[in-house]
Design a protein. Structure first.
Length: 223
């Protein structure tokens, strides 16, 4: 079976006479050093190492019961129960192997999600069919600060007339309308852009920047 074969490979290579333990330690240190390139990866590695370190003492006493349970399930043979030291080594080896597999799997998934921006508030709100109030509140106004100097003509060039009509009919103030325009330009669907403005207003989340009014846009420069 797979568990039996894995234990045999692990047991054969972790002998003091083999070079595998040296390569294993060197590989772990090298992997941990490379994790500094990606902050999230380093946090996952550091958290896993801290968790494994703090759980070593309880696992040291509990680990002999793991091969006993595996033997009862028919996953390993009786030879791994010949002594308490072997049982403890088997229990610790399988447990830390499981920790390592979970860490690598979670790291890969986290990096993929980060690269695809699946965990970013804006992309999450765009993708989610039924967003919650928290989803709207997590989206910060920094995503639309680059649109604060856009004129009404620039908004008109980008936003469809039907979209602009929906915003104008559901929002009363010019500031809220321009905020909704900006959220549409950032990628939000029109209904979510309107909801974002209304929820922010409800919770008092007023942006620190401001949009120019129509009077300011139409004001002629003084010479």
């Amino acid at each position: 079976m797979f568990v039996e074969a894995y234990l045999q490979i692990l047991y054969d290579n972790l002998q003091p006479t083999t070079a595998f333990p040296v390569f294993l330690i060197f590989g772990v240190i090298l992997l941990f050093m490379f994790s500094y390139i990606h902050v999230r990866m380093w946090l996952i590695f550091a958290s896993t190492a801290a968790f494994m370190f703090t759980t070593f003492v309880p696992l040291f006493f509990f680990s002999p019961y793991i091969p006993t349970w595996l033997h009862q399930c028919g996953l390993i043979s009786e030879k791994w129960l010949s002594s308490e030291d072997i049982m403890r080594n088997v229990g610790l080896g399988l447990t830390y192997t499981l920790f390592f597999i979970l860490m690598i799997t979670y790291t890969i998934i986290s990096i993929i999600r980060s690269k695809l921006k699946l965990d970013q508030p804006l992309e999450k709100l765009i993708r989610k069919k039924y967003p919650t109030t928290d989803d709207y509140l997590k989206l910060h106004h920094s995503k639309i600060i680059r649109y604060q100097f856009c004129s009404i003509k620039e908004f008109d060039n980008f936003i469809k007339p039907s979209t602009k009509y929906d915003i104008d009919s559901k929002l009363d103030t010019e500031r809220n309308k321009r905020l909704a325009y900006a959220w549409v330009m950032a990628g939000l669907p029109v209904e979510k852009a309107i909801n974002k403005v209304l929820i922010d207003e409800q919770f008092g989340l007023v942006p620190t920047f401001y949009f120019r009014t129509l009077e300011q846009e139409n004001q002629k420069p003084a010479y």
